[in-house]
Ligand binder design. Structure first.
Ligand SMILES: Cc1cc2nc3c(=O)[nH]c(=O)nc-3n(C[C@H](O)[C@H](O)[C@H](O)COP(=O)(O)O)c2cc1C
Ligand SMILES: [Fe+2]
Ligand SMILES: [Fe+2]
Length: 395
């Protein structure tokens, strides 16, 4: 977005679009870019809520200066210390030497280590208020959503929750910035992709945070990435509740790792069985080529997961192994899992998938299929049966 936008009484969006970063956290593709949403409240006192990635200070400060129109900046609320929101703190402090930083007990050591800042830091407790003249701000810690110091700020006057990474999504702002300015399918997929890659591991802590904030009378949820919600905040709270409770839709994701196509034929046979079983929500992914963040999104959305891998130098094919590692890290629950492998001499892939299944403790659906070199008709029929059983388990 090329300019500041008024987003509530006395409140401006001063964030930036980032189209240059190709991988978020050097991991997750950004085909539609990403936005760092930051805000300024210009009331009795002037307050910035979060900032932007370090490399974007010029764009950010231009917007802050235009909103403040000659006034100094009194406070910066540091909801989160990850550098995509706190990278410009040192520069901002040099611009406004009297700036006071607001954080919680977990923020303070990080401010010192990242920026060498110890002076002018106000440490707030969970639920503490700050009257900024015409607006009352309240700070709530939401530990491990998704860092220890993560916090949200509620402006009781405009009933706006500045939620930082919570409720965030990938994707830069096009013309629209609010939920009522774009179709739901334009933001929901990128929000789920953000959830499944960044937040999913901490789903239990998300539930704790949702309960803590449930008593607030919220009109707007303004996150630090992606769409600003002012039209219907219930729909995003419901999504977050569902994703963090790990409630799924009936559907099956089949992901495979294959070098010469034999394991892919197994995967296709499983898919045929899933379709015969009446499941339309079916996603087939080549783990070596598909964007892992899309695979993770669909795994978070659907109840069924089938993983099929060939053996590579005694182990599970690397791309599928990498997917398994990312899944273990996110601790998926309440899903059903089918597995299968292929080999030509020592075996290895299916054993690795069995170990994965033991680790994630998902309910297993059989049969397990193990194929020697190329699948026979009988092998493929077993794969179809696995697909049919998956369909039964998810419908
Ligand atoms: C580079 C390479 C390494 C392999 N390593 C093993 C192995 O350690 N043990 C084994 O049983 N098979 C191994 N295989 C054989 C494959 O797992 C087997 O041919 C399988 O059917 C390949 O499935 P695909 O056609 O889906 O790639 C290897 C194959 C290749 C090309
Ligand atoms: Fe973050
Ligand atoms: Fe972030």
């Amino acid at each position: 977005m090329y300019k500041t936008l008024s987003v509530a009484k006395d409140t401006w969006w001063v964030g930036v679009n980032d189209y240059e970063t190709d991988l978020f956290e050097s991991l997750w593709p950004l085909p539609q870019g990403v936005a760092y949403n930051a805000y300024v409240i210009s009331a009795g006192k002037t307050v910035a809520v979060d900032t932007v990635k370090g490399s974007r200070f010029d764009d950010y400060i231009d917007k802050v200066l235009s909103v403040l129109d000659g006034r100094p900046l009194d406070y910066l609320v540091v909801n989160h210390m990850e550098p995509d929101h706190s990278g410009v703190i040192s520069c901002l402090k040099r611009t406004y030497p009297d700036l006071q930083l607001i954080g919680n007990a977990k923020t303070v050591p990080l401010l010192k280590e990242y920026h060498g800042i110890v002076e002018g830091v106000i440490q707030v407790k969970d639920g503490e208020n700050l009257d900024i003249g015409g607006h009352l701000l309240t700070f709530y810690t939401i530990p491990m959503v998704h860092w220890p110091e993560s916090m949200v700020t509620f402006d009781g006057t405009t009933r706006t929750l500045f939620s930082n990474d919570a409720f965030g999504g990938y994707g830069a702002h096009e013309g629209g910035i609010f939920d009522d300015e774009k179709p739901r399918e334009r933001w929901e997929g990128e929000m789920l992709r953000y959830y499944s890659t960044i937040v999913a591991r901490y789903s239990g802590m998300v539930q704790t945070a949702l309960k803590k904030l449930s008593g607030l009378d919220i009109a707007n949820i303004y996150p630090a990435h992606g769409t600003l919600f002012r039209h219907d905040i219930r729909q995003v709270i419901e999504l977050y509740d569902r994703w963090s409770k790990q409630e799924t839709e009936s559907g099956v994701v089949v992901a495979y790792g294959s070098m010469y196509g034999n394991t892919r034929r197994m995967a296709e046979a499983v898919c045929r069985g899933v379709a015969e079983g009446g499941v339309k929500n079916l996603r087939l992914y080549d783990a070596a080529r598909a964007d892992t963040s899309l695979i993770l999104s669909d795994i978070w959305r659907y109840k069924g997961l089938v993983l099929l891998g060939c053996t590579y130098n005694t182990l599970l094919f690397p791309a599928l192994d990498a997917l398994c590692t990312k899944l273990v890290n996110r601790m998926p629950k309440k899903r059903v899992l089918g597995i299968g492998g292929s080999y030509s001499w020592s075996k290895g892939a299916l054993d690795a998938l069995r170990a994965f299944a033991d680790t994630v403790k998902l309910e297993k659906i059989g049969p397990e299929v193990e194929v020697f070199a190329a699948p026979t008709e009988a092998d493929l029929e077993q794969c179809v049966e696995l697909g049919r059983n998956m369909a039964k388990a998810v419908l």
